[in-house]
Design a protein. Sequence first.
Length: 129
Amino acid sequence: MSPEKLLSRHFLDNGFCLEFWDLSRPVAGDRWQVALEARLSVPITAATLPPDLRSRQAQVIAALGREILFSQKEVRNFMAAGEVGDILKEMEARLLSALSAYLARPDFAGRLIRKKFTEYQEKQRWYQG
């Protein structure tokens, strides 16, 4: 299996860094599974927490850890080896276009943290009941 490789970093207006990782691997002969993952790490700090969760920072960190990783992956199967580079560039451009406005919003981190913490709480209620 091929190791993952950092392709690029894009710094967003809200101070976060969106990274693109190549997860492609050969599958058979000259055919490849082309996979690209967009990643953005969000630390859980007083500055990134939404206002309603700031007083519960320790509880949020205990539940989710010190950071949350947002990721989105795109995969294309059975592609010719010679096309891998062009396909990765096309995928990166498409993901950057689709995600950058959303991820660069000033309230992105707070909304993501709230969503993940709510999911955690719901899962806890489900397991306890």
